[in-house]
Design a protein around this ligand. Structure first.
Ligand SMILES: Nc1ncnc2c1ncn2[C@@H]1O[C@H](COP(=O)(O)OP(=O)(O)OP(=O)(O)O)[C@@H](O)[C@H]1O
Ligand SMILES: [Mg+2]
Length: 1040
């Protein structure tokens, strides 16, 4: 531990050692130091690695004094006593401007957000609470000479928690925004961040929509000398703010409206006025350049003429005031009671060169805060010791109640004077107000004025005539009265508010409800001073109901620089913050006190006698408890109504024991509850089981019953069937027996009857009747046949039908006999010649039928033999006479010339022994060949008359070669040749070769005669052609 963590333990306690301890710790980056439960926070002006999530975890649920001093320890303590002891808390952060109040408040909020409950809904609330900061800072913070991010409004945030300690929402109250900053900033300072953020960070498109230019120099309201702040990225912050607005719950159109309003304010700053005297003697202001006015009217949807008029008919001063806006994150206060943790971050004590109404108000507020600190930590505490009869030596301290009284006293307080002056009829100015102060407050020891009757300041040149000075608890501040009256009046003339109300812009309309003509209120609105005093009063009352936790911020230097510790500056702050007195009271006094009743109630479980109920007086109960716990007697004292505990450690050990006890109790409650729950569950299960079992049994029995029933019916049906079949079998048997008996009886009777009547039958009568009937039938058949005999023509096909089937064979036989008989009769009528003709025809059929295509056409032609009638024709007389034998056949043939295949007509004669070829004209015999020399005959299969007569080799006729002839009567010639040849002497069988290709011997050569199918020609008949030496081709026209 660097130095002493808790100033209470500092030895020796002097102002020097106090400051030295602070410096020592500050140099070692220990920026937090305790005075008991109060945290002193030094602004490090640089980021230190002590706000990490690991640190949060380190401080979570740990006792205040266990770890080195930290703002997290205070936040944890506050949160736990809120959550566990149900005590509303407030965290009062005080210190001068730039001391780190806003940062401290953010650290507290982020710590609480980190340690409290989780869950989607809770996280959303946390996020909204945290994100309200950037939005509020953009619109309410500005760079001042003391602080680059100075809060120009007071903020008090109530964070509400449910019974579990989860945040459910928050209510933010704002106190007096420094509105004058919008129109005018002191040198080295700038306007509210949002203006710079908007111009730097908005997209070109957004700026175009808002009719703005990125250049700061275009706007009168933006101070240029300190427009850019080191380490402040306005563009990035703009994005953060927009994002935060979205998270907090602004709708997109609402964000747009707000930005439009900001743009309109910038435009408003550019409108310039020129005074004009009117004929009626009144002065009037006129707008110089109307372009900005026009654009502003467009942005806000106000008619230009309306606004212009509103501007022109009032005094120039008043018109430039801007109306404050309150930006409450959530205004809805829930009806159900919630635990509340308030965080107060109000502007710090300010001493400027030029201090006006705002500084007066700000410093008044700080006085009040100091007052409440004194009240609660110094005065109240000491008074309590006396009241409670605790041994006590009084400690002197400066009580600033007297300064508060100077400002807020209802009769002669400065604020009351100001109000009085504002309301007074007649000419009132800031100077008349100062005069009044001089008369009323002259005697006050903390009030100083040049004009006051108190001659002490008459020669004080540091005190100008138009100023007054107040000795605040934190130092003397010189206030310039100029503007006090106007700012206090905070008047907005009705014309302006009505003009604004006419705007076609939702937000503007909401901001000027008093402009509604329907609600004209002629009553003068309360002054700013009055309102502020009132709201500070409410705030103080509110804080007093809560358990206070103090963070006293100290600024180490005026340069906003790290590592610099300006001794005098710190000393001054330590003095006016009353820190030394605080330590002294703390050292002499007791850290903790509690009325007997809640104390007993809280710790009674630690002692057997007091648990669970203590019957006697509560003080005795506490005494028994303390004695039982063996707490050393120096550690506590008994007051009249309270017990006082000196050391927080004692309290913590009590708390520790209580927690252990609570855990056991919780385990006990859990045990009993679980037992009860299990038992109820078991009983329910048991009851359910009985019901289920009953239903199941019923169901099972029903099922079994239906099974048995159907089985029974089945068995019954089988048994009945079996019985019925048995009866049926018996009945059938009985019936068969009866039928058998009847049949036997019938046969028996038949036998009996036949035996009786047999003597009356004639033997063989049947056979006789049969042969008689057969004879009669045959007789009738033959007679019928004779009567119906068919014709005697051998080709007649009719025959009578058969009358009986048994005559089938006889009938067929008779038909064939009849046919043979009538053929014989027919043949017997033939002469020998006709017989021979038929025999020849028969032979021709044997030779050619189905072999030669010419044959069918020859069947109908009778064989005439002597076609030339040579014996009768005188032309052939010589030839006839040369023939010594009978001519069997005389016909004209063509002899085929072997050289060209052409034919030469020849007479062909056949006698009993020879065939002769003679000249057709002369009748001269050309060749006479004895039939035995004829070896074979060749013909084609086709419809032609060619034939080759082949002679035996070596015979007399063979020297000239074979004959190739053609004739119209080929079939007759060949049949006769064969017949005659067969009867001739030296008979040799004559071969007839039928084929389409055969060889013919011409002298020495053998020539092949080939028959081919040719195209049909007009002159029908085959034509012969010599193809080559060895081939004669006969083309036969196809018959088809
Ligand atoms: N704990 C800290 N760690 C780092 N820097 C800090 C810390 N506290 C304060 N600062 C720095 O000091 C500056 C001023 O702090 P802050 O704005 O909190 O002062 P303030 O007391 O709220 O002043 P004002 O009364 O003007 O609002 C911050 O902007 C920051 O730069
Ligand atoms: Mg601040």
């Amino acid at each position: 531990m660097i130095g002493v963590g808790d100033m209470v333990l500092l030895e020796p306690l002097t102002e020097d050692s106090f400051i030295e301890n602070l410096r020592n710790r500050f140099d070692h980056n220990e920026i937090y130091t305790y005075i008991g439960s109060v945290v002193i926070s030094m602004n490090p002006y640089r980021s230190l690695p002590i706000f990490t999530p690991e640190k949060v975890e380190e401080y979570r649920n740990r006792n205040f004094y266990e770890l080195s001093p930290h703002i997290y320890a205070l936040a944890d303590e506050a949160y736990r006593s809120l959550r566990d002891q149900d005590k509303d808390q407030c965290i009062l952060i005080t210190g001068e401007s730039g001391a780190g109040k806003t940062e401290a408040s953010k650290l507290v909020m982020s710590y609480v957000a980190a340690v409290c409950g989780k869950g989607q809904e809770v996280n959303k609330v946390k996020e909204q609470l945290l994100q309200s900061n950037p939005v509020l800072e953009a619109f309410g913070n500005a760079k001042t000479v003391r602080n680059d991010n100075s809060s120009r409004f007071g903020k008090y945030m109530d964070i509400e928690f449910d019974f579990k300690g989860d945040p459910v929402g928050g209510v933010i109250s704002n106190y007096l925004l420094e509105k004058s900053r919008v129109v005018k900033q002191p040198r080295g300072e700038r306007n509210f961040h949002i203006f710079y953020q908007l111009l730097s960070g908005a997209s070109d498109d957004t700026l175009r929509k808002l009719k703005l230019d990125r250049d700061f120099s275009k706007y009168n309201y933006l101070s240029l000398d300190s427009a850019n702040v080191n380490g402040l990225d306005d563009a990035a912050n703009f994005r953060t703010v927009r994002n935060a607005m979205q998270i907090v719950g602004f709708m997109e159109d609402e964000v747009q409206s707000v930005l439009e309003l900001v743009a309109a304010v910038l435009k408003l700053g550019n409108i310039e006025f020129k005074p004009e005297s009117r004929s009626n003697g009144y002065d009037e202001s006129r707008v110089k350049d109307k372009n900005d006015l026009k654009e502003m009217c467009e942005l806000l949807g106000i008619e230009q003429s309306v606004l212009e008029r509103a501007f022109s008919y009032r005094t120039v001063e008043a018109k430039l005031e801007k109306v404050s806006t309150t930006l409450n994150v959530s205004q809805a206060q829930s009806k159900t009671r919630h635990k509340v943790m308030g965080v107060l971050d109000i502007y710090g004590f300010e001493i400027f060169e030029d201090n006006s109404f705002e500084q007066f108000i700000i410093n008044y507020c700080n006085e009040k805060l100091q007052q409440i600190f004194i009240e609660l930590t110094l005065r109240e505490e000491q008074e309590e010791y006396i009241r409670e009869d605790i041994e006590w030596t009084n400690i002197e301290y400066f009580n600033n109640a007297v300064i508060c009284d100077l400002i807020e006293n209802n009769q002669n307080g400065i604020l009351a004077m100001l109000d009085e002056e504002c309301l007074r009829p007649g000419t009132v100015t800031d100077i008349t107000f100062l005069d009044k102060l001089n008369t009323v407050c002259a005697e006050h020891q903390h009030f100083e004025s040049r004009l006051s009757k108190n001659s002490k300041f008459l020669t004080d040149h540091s005190l100008p005539h138009s100023c007054f000075r107040i000795q605040h608890y934190a130092g003397k501040v010189l206030y310039r009265v100029e503007g006090f009256m106007d700012k206090n009046n905070d008047l907005l003339y009705r014309d302006l508010s009505q003009a604004m109300y006419k705007a076609n812009h939702k937000l503007i309309k909401q901001l000027f409800p008093e402009g509604n003509p329907a609600k004209v209120n002629l009553k003068r609105p309360p002054t700013a001073g009055f309102q502020f005093k009132h709201s500070v009063g409410t705030l103080m009352r509110n804080l007093q109901t809560k358990n206070p936790n103090y963070i006293r911020c100290v600024k180490p230097n005026d340069k906003k620089a790290p590592r610099i510790f300006t001794d005098s500056l710190v000393r001054h702050q330590v003095a006016y913050l009353g820190l030394m007195e605080n330590v002294r009271v703390r050292r002499a006094g007791y850290a903790y006190r509690q009325a007997y009743e809640p104390c007993l109630e809280r710790y009674k479980m630690l002692c057997k006698q007091t648990w669970p109920h203590w019957k006697g007086p509560t003080r005795e109960g506490v005494e028994v408890l303390m004695a039982d716990l063996q707490v050393s007697t120096e550690e506590f004292a008994y007051g009249n109504s309270k017990i006082f505990i000196r050391n927080p450690r004692t309290l913590f050990s009590l708390e520790e024991k209580r927690r252990g006890c609570l855990e056991n109790l919780a385990a006990l409650i859990q045990k009993i509850y679980r037992g009860w729950k299990c038992r109820t569950h078991f009983l329910l299960l048991k009851r359910s089981q009985v019901v289920v079992a009953a239903w199941y049994r019923r169901y099972a029995q029903q099922k079994k019953y239906t099974q048995i029933k159907s089985a029974t019916i089945m068995v019954q049906s089988y048994s009945r069937g079996w019985k019925a079949r048995k009866i049926l079998r018996e009945l059938k048997h009985q019936k068969r027996c009866e039928e058998a008996a009847t049949t036997i009886a019938a046969y028996w009777h038949g036998t009996q009857v036949r035996r009786e009547y047999r003597k009356f039958f004639r033997a063989n009568a049947g056979r006789k009747i049969y042969s008689f009937i057969m004879q009669r039938l045959m007789q009738k058949y033959f007679l019928g046949l004779k009567r119906d005999l068919p014709s005697m023509s051998p080709i007649g096909g009719s025959w009578p039908t058969r009358p009986y089937r048994f005559l089938d064979t006889a009938h067929t036989e008779l038909r064939s006999i009849f046919h043979h008989w009538r053929c014989k009769k027919y043949r017997s009528r033939f002469t020998d010649e006709r017989k021979a003709v038929f025999e020849e025809k028969l032979q021709a059929s044997e030779i050619f039928k189905d072999k030669k295509a010419l044959y069918p056409s020859s069947v109908g032609q009778p064989f005439r033999g002597d076609y030339l009638e040579i014996s009768k024709n005188p032309k052939y007389q010589k030839l006839s006479s040369a023939m010594d034998e009978k001519v069997l056949l005389a016909d004209m043939v063509n002899k085929i010339n072997r050289a060209n295949g052409k034919g030469t007509a020849r007479i062909f004669l056949l006698t009993k022994n020879n065939f002769v070829l003679a000249d057709q004209k002369t009748g001269q015999v050309k060749a006479s060949v004895p039939l035995p020399d004829l070896a074979s005959i060749s013909v084609s299969t086709q419809n032609d008359g060619f034939f080759a007569l082949k002679l035996k080799e070596g015979s007399a006729g063979a020297t000239k070669g074979d004959f190739l002839l053609s004739s119209e009567h080929l079939i007759e010639i060949i049949t006769k040749l064969r017949r005659t040849g067969a009867t001739a002497v030296n008979h040799n069988h004559l071969d007839i070769d039928i084929s389409d290709e055969f060889l013919v011997q011409f002298k020495q050569d053998k020539v092949c005669v080939k028959f081919v199918q040719g195209a049909p020609k007009n002159g029908n008949g085959a034509s012969c052609k010599r193809k080559n030496n060895r081939l004669l081709e006969v083309s036969v026209p196809s018959t088809a």
